[in-house]
Design a protein around this ligand. Structure first.
Ligand SMILES: [Zn+2]
Length: 362
């Protein structure tokens, strides 16, 4: 079965300003790299054009008041916060990004493709029910999750590996046991949330998992988190689909963050998630692009690695150009791993009454 890439040249239209980190080159450089590698000529890859999300789909997540604010601000422009302006016509670009995630949902549920990667802009995971923030306007992955549930899928696991905490997605599903939200993020860092103590409320208690990690965390840290928590959580939760808030700002060359994941590390993460998805949910994975601001050194190679892993291709040659190795050595912190081991032990204690695998004595 094939992998879908959801992309449209209109995803290059959105722009707050030419110098803003969330700019169109984030995707255009990736597209150049994918074309250079011949990705779109591979029979296992299917390019899918998105359609805009409908207002009804958006209202499954966002308040009518907030949607109207975005629509009205899009006429003459507006502002949400210091990092997040509303350019003219924003609503069209935001609806097309959310619509890309919905098209991916349809393609996977209809079995046109086994998994899909939504290469969209603007990103979404900081957008809450009634507010935008941090370059985000509509929460694309949350809208897709509710849409998938309307199409009959019951439980969705969202793995948010963007370097920033997915505070908008957390807020939307905080009391909901039908969505297991698991965020790995640099901490302390923007937006300031994402503590291990925040495990959900009411029926959703135990279904919100925060994995805050220090600057300098490398491939080894991510692999540890996958093996210690993310995979066992997936095996016990048995989701019908794994959604990934795929922020590539953990890359060691990212100018906004301090993490130290490599392109090879990203590809291996995705490969492991594909293996677990094959065993529990027919391989259904949808990755939705979030952040990632290393336009030349990071995004083209991390995105290529993720796509190659999803398509079951050989990922052993996925790496950044040689010149970046020195930067990697400067980014990795040896102190990070023991801190993460301690964090995981503390978090497991908070989750023992919610997850059976944490109570096994063997
Ligand atoms: Zn981010």
């Amino acid at each position: 079965m094939t992998s879908g890439i959801i992309y449209d040249p209109s995803y290059l239209m959105h722009e707050q300003s030419p110098t803003h980190p969330e700019r169109r080159e984030r995707l255009s450089y990736t597209l150049d790299q994918l074309e250079e590698e011949g990705i779109f000529d591979i029979p296992e890859i299917k390019l899918i054009r998105p359609k805009p999300a409908r207002r009804d789909d958006v209202l499954l997540v966002h308040s009518l008041e907030y949607l109207k604010f975005l629509e009205e601000s899009s006429i003459n422009g507006g502002i949400i916060d210091a990092d997040t302006y509303v350019p003219k016509n924003l609503i069209h670009d935001a609806l097309l990004a959310a619509g890309g995630a919905i098209c991916a949902a349809d393609a996977v549920v209809n079995q046109q493709v086994k998994n899909a990667f939504v290469l969209s802009r603007p990103p979404g995971h900081h957008a809450g029910r009634s507010n935008g923030a941090g370059f985000c306007y509509l929460n694309n992955i949350a809208i897709m999750t509710r849409y998938l549930q309307r199409r009959g899928l019951r439980r969705i696991m969202i793995v948010d590996w963007d370097a920033h905490h997915g505070n908008g997605t957390e807020e939307i599903f905080y009391d909901d046991p039908t969505v297991l939200f698991c965020s790995v993020h640099q901490y302390p860092f923007y937006p300031g949330s994402g503590r291990i103590e925040d495990i959900g409320i009411r029926e959703g208690k135990g279904y919100n998992i925060n994995l805050p990690i220090p600057a300098g965390s490398s491939d080894k840290v991510y692999r540890y988190l996958l093996e210690e928590l993310i995979i066992p959580l997936a095996e016990e939760y048995m989701p019908d689909l794994i959604a990934i808030s795929a922020g590539q700002d953990n890359h060691f060359s990212d100018p906004l963050t301090g993490l130290a994941l490599t392109a090879q590390g990203y590809a291996r993460l995705m490969q492991e998630i594909c293996i677990i998805a094959d065993s529990i949910c027919y391989g259904r994975i949808i990755a939705v692009l979030e952040g990632g601001y290393s336009v030349e050194g990071g995004l083209p190679y991390t995105n290529l690695g993720l796509i190659a892993a999803m398509a079951g291709m050989d990922i052993s040659n996925i790496r950044e150009p040689e010149g970046y190795q020195k930067l990697l050595l400067q980014s990795v912190s040896e102190d990070a791993f023991p801190k993460v081991v301690k964090m995981v032990a503390d978090l497991k204690e908070k989750l023992t009454s919610h997850w059976y695998f944490l109570n096994r004595s063997y």
